[in-house]
Design a protein around this ligand. Structure first.
Ligand code: SAM
Ligand code: SF4
Length: 335
């Protein structure tokens, strides 16, 4: 790190950047995208070189953890070039972790390359182990392809964590099956409460809001849960299952306020910086990036944006409608 570190107005150091590298995806998960999505014209996207410049600026300013997401990051053409270019920051020690969140569909192709680039852990999103349900929730996805991808990732030496969106009436009955499957394969598991983003109320609804408090209660009927203190720099809280030793995480943006420890910001594939997942305020970093070949204009814009990072978000399901709802989709901001 060479520049003055980024600290927000509430004294939180910004050390974690999530970068969406594309808004496109080979799946159409019902809680994330409409079936007929209109994607951004290619020229709107940051090029791979611009993504490198952007991430490198953040790393100079104190970002130690980079999570690549999307859309589906592994469908972006040439994305391995970008991963390979980030390896230099791991080698220099400035970057502690380079990781990604993926739907797993392309892992069989890319697992070895990811390891070679320095990726050690990945998150794979998977909501069900049932072929038919998987096809229903992802609309375009096929389960065997993802399971092959997970196999390839583990074989390549990647540590895999499974992220499962909790959907009442959809995967409620798979709670134990998913947990056991992850334990057998030595994978940690994190449940995510569905967030009021995108089109949740439409005809494609496959499930409803399933509170993780309820989910946790059901898990406790079969396992001994021990609360763990550690955090991974993310909003998840973890328990250890006494019987298997496996860790299970809960991301509860709606029922638990994790904002006080928020160390993260999100960059979209068009170069907008969202200082908070639950707020609309964002800063355009593409214009300052393109304004000059030197990075000082960009660094000033990043500092000005961080100075606007809000204290927290306003999601709230306890009222009639999903208050604090933001209209953009997760695939835009990057989950
Ligand atoms: N395509 C990749 C994947 O699915 O892992 C990365 C992007 S995806 C937007 C990141 C995460 O956001 C996934 O785990 C997905 O399940 C989650 N997600 C998408 N829409 C969501 C919503 N409305 N509520 C909660 N999680 C959501
Ligand atoms: Fe694609 Fe991930 Fe969104 Fe599913 S959750 S549609 S895999 S971006």
């Amino acid at each position: 790190m060479s520049a003055v570190p980024l600290i927000d107005p509430f004294a939180r150091p910004i050390s974690y950047l999530r970068v969406s590298v594309t808004d496109r995806c080979d799946f159409r998960c019902v809680y994330c995208m409409a079936e007929n999505m209109t994607f951004l014209p290619k020229k709107e996207l940051l090029t791979l070189e611009e993504l490198d410049r952007m991430c490198s600026a953040f790393i100079r300013m104190g970002v130690e953890k980079l999570r690549i997401t999307g859309g589906e990051p592994l469908v972006r053409r040439g994305i391995m070039t970008f991963f390979q270019s980030m390896t230099r920051h791991l080698d220099s020690g400035a970057l502690q972790e380079l990781t990604l969140t993926t739907n797993g569909s392309q892992l069989a192709r890319f697992a070895d390359d990811l390891v070679a680039a320095g990726v050690r852990r990945i998150n794979v999103s998977l909501d069900t182990l049932d072929d038919e349900k998987f096809a229903r929730v992802t609309r375009w996805g096929r389960l065997p392809q993802v399971l092959n991808g997970i196999d390839a990732a583990q074989k390549a030496g990647l540590r895999v964590k499974i992220n499962t969106v909790a959907l009442k009436g959809f995967n409620e009955d798979e709670l134990f099956r998913l947990t056991e499957w992850c334990a057998e394969r030595d994978m940690d598991l994190t449940f995510i409460e569905v967030m009021p983003m995108g089109d949740l109320g439409g005809e494609d609804r496959v499930g409803q809001y399933w509170s993780l408090k309820d989910l946790r209660g059901q898990l406790a009927e079969q396992y001994t849960l021990k609360d763990l203190d550690h955090r991974t720099g993310g909003p998840a809280r973890y328990v250890e299952l006494g019987e298997t030793g496996q860790q299970v995480g809960f991301i509860t943006p709606l029922t638990h306020n994790f904002c006080e420890s928020c160390n993260r910001v999100r960059l979209t594939c068009t170069g907008e910086l969202f200082m908070c997942l639950g707020q609309e305020d964002n800063a355009d970093l593409r214009t300052p990036l393109r304004a000059s070949e030197a990075d000082d204009v960009l660094e000033d814009a990043i500092r000005a944006a961080i100075a606007r990072k809000p204290k927290g978000h306003d999601f709230d399901y306890s009222r009639q409608k999903a208050d604090g709802q933001v209209s953009r989709h997760m695939s835009h901001t990057g989950g």
